[in-house]
Design a protein around this ligand. Sequence first.
Ligand code: UGA
Length: 405
Amino acid sequence: MKISVVGLGYVGLVTMAVLSDNGYNLVGIDTDREKIQRLQEGEVPIYEPGLSVLIEKNRKMIEFSNSYDSIKGSEYTIICVPTPTVNDRIDVHYVIESGKKANEIDPNSMIVIKSTVTPGTAKMLSEIINKDILSNPEFLREGNAVKDTINPDRIVIGGRAGVENFSRIWSFTNSKIIMTTNENAELIKYASNAFLATKISFINQMADLCEKIPGADIKVVADGMGMDKRIGRAFLNAGPGYGGSCFPKDTRAIVSFAEDVGVELSIIKCTVNYNEDRIRSLVNRIEKIITDKSSRIIVLGLSFKENTGDLRESKSVELIMELKRRGYDSIKAFDPVTSQFNGIDLFTEVETALEWSEFVIVATEWPSFSDFLKRVKDKHIIDLRRIIDDKTVKLDYGVGLNATN
Ligand code: UGA
């Protein structure tokens, strides 16, 4: 079976790699000529563990193209194009345009929307091209995308016709499949991301409280909460707030979408506001610790989270910019993947970075960082991710840890 994927970002490329590994012929379409050329030459333009190996392994099953003509003969065309934000609302015109183009090239190909879209988008496209559309939202996490696609917690497919047939292509996952309406599928995606983002703002507020209570530690509180199956331990790691290309955008989008239909999502609004203020509030605390603004500060990790090179809405970048704005003039960073970034001086070796520094701020949870820090004895450490468990390492500040502990 031939399947086309339109839009080759994290979701599109990972979907192609995993489906090709399960015996399907894949065609990937993207309007970015340079990206297609690199992919055709065997280069994978994003850092995602396991992705290049899988694409290389299945080269014979995969084709990359700039032209929608290559869709011809595909059983399914899976749309994974971006949905940018305009005035806090998502702009679905790339989804609609690519759906229309795909339909012109091959009216027999079933269109599947994987991009994150507000409820009603599939219906809108369906009415424009006058045929049924499937919704198949994505729940993969960057940095874990291949594993999440091979073994997802659930698969959600929405549509009026063809749902069951499409579900068969995912049978290799052995995951639960929810078959429902387009609108439910679209909303499950937003509700899930908004809920997870709320869990993070919730635990960060609890971390603020812990910092005021001698003897309290958010990690122990989160572990204790997480043992209750109704709560669960996942996404209860306090830190500098959520970033990335999904949570910040999706939470704002669902709040505006709801407002437009007359509903106030006040819980998600609080989640968003708290998260947007998080770095300013943490830097207030850092200012009390690093009183000399010419101190040499190294920030560990630049991406929005570990195991990715993605810098979109990165709290680490926001932190560095805020520190600079407040007059800290000797601040540099180290990241395991990124070695260049406009406006930020980066070290390429963690050892040199640590040697140079007086203060170390842990901003991203890369597994290797805790080992490096165990070896460092004479530095002031500010741990915004609580990666350091070693009791012999003295923290100047740990998120959610009372200073007297
Ligand atoms: C998120 C969702 O987890 C995926 O299910 C979804 O498919 C994806 O968005 C999407 O909509 O495409 P992702 O943005 O890749 O995935 O990353 P997450 O692992 O969810 O992390 C998001 C942010 O929350 C990061 O900044 C991370 O550091 C932060 N976070 C996460 C915490 O601060 N604490 C936690 O306990 C967990």
